[in-house]
Design a protein around this ligand. Structure first.
Ligand code: CAA
Length: 259
């Protein structure tokens, strides 16, 4: 995998993706979005990959938003297309992946950058990270799912305040309102993400996928309870369920085979 705007590598079943436009604070231009869409497909299709860690190059920014310079002369129709395309191919594609994406927020996560982090399943922030949705300062609103995902994560009151004031919050404030799962020193960011994925990697992969699908269904499907019931039932038909129970009874570690 060779990309212009991403650095990618796979190690110990983890795909590491670094958005690499440091001079533009890793802003998401069209090419970067196209490459992200490709890498998401790769992550989903490759058995070797069990989880993804997404971060930004350098120590200043995770992603400072959509690339403002690219859409300065857009029409309404082009704006709609930008949002629809980005949502479908990148932001929703991450959320709907049944492999966990962990956002390692190493600095500014603003606008489309915070939207990218919010599309991920788990967010870890470096202690100096700052987050916000500043779109209304530009005469815009969030377009990559921000109005929806921020509301889901922190509730309507906090979401409206953050979006219409456009104010940035610190990692500490973000953790307090449930926007990030953990705060760590910058140097420990990737290690913390690896630690979380190391637990997931030991669990039954089909059950992990089914659980993620059911949780996401709570916001994206009309009846998440029904999705859970069906996914729960399917688990009983897997060899990994039999192995998990046998290992418990025999007091040993399970060996899951993703069947
Ligand atoms: N798009 C394009 N370029 C960007 C950018 C962005 N979102 N954010 C930063 N850059 C560029 C700057 O233009 C600058 O480039 P030059 O050196 O060529 O001038 C470089 O990155 C460094 O940025 P600053 O000089 O501004 O750095 P700073 O330390 O003074 O400020 C900052 C940092 C507060 C993050 C500031 O860069 C900033 O406010 N960036 C824009 C944040 C923003 O508004 N994001 C929302 C974008 S709209 C969106 O995302 C829409 C959507 O939902 C789909």
């Amino acid at each position: 995998m060779a990309y212009q705007n991403l650095i990618t590598t796979v190690k110990d079943n983890i795909l590491y993706v670094t958005i690499n436009r440091e001079k533009a604070l890793n802003a998401l231009n069209k090419d970067t979005l196209t490459e992200l869409a490709e890498v998401i497909v790769y992550a989903n299709e490759t058995d070797e990959v069990l989880g993804v860690i997404l971060t930004g190059a350098g120590e200043k920014a995770f992603v400072a938003g959509a690339d403002i310079k690219e859409f300065s002369d857009y029409t309404g129709k082009q704006g709609e297309e930008l949002a629809r395309n980005g949502q479908e191919k990148v932001f929703n594609a991450i959320e709907n992946s049944t492999k966990p994406f962990v956002a390692a927020i190493n600095g500014f996560a603003l606008g489309g950058g915070l939207e990218l982090a919010m599309a991920c399943h788990i967010r870890i922030a470096a202690d100096q990270a700052k987050m916000g949705l500043p779109e209304v300062t530009l005469g815009l609103i969030p377009g990559y799912g921000g109005t929806q995902r921020l509301t889901q994560l922190v509730g309507k009151g906090k979401a409206i305040e953050l979006i219409i004031t456009a104010n940035m919050i610190t990692a500490v404030e973000a953790e307090k309102i449930g926007l990030v799962n953990h705060i760590v020193p910058q140097a420990d960011l990737v290690a913390k993400a690896e630690e979380i994925l190391s637990f997931v990697k030991q669990r039954a992969p089909l059950a992990v996928a089914a659980a993620m699908k059911a949780v996401v269904a709570s916001v994206n499907e009309p009846d998440g309870y029904q999705v859970e019931i069906e996914a729960f039932g399917k688990c009983f038909e897997t060899a990994d369920f039999k192995e998990g129970v046998a290992a418990f009874v025999e007091k040993r570690k399970p060996v899951f085979v993703k069947k």
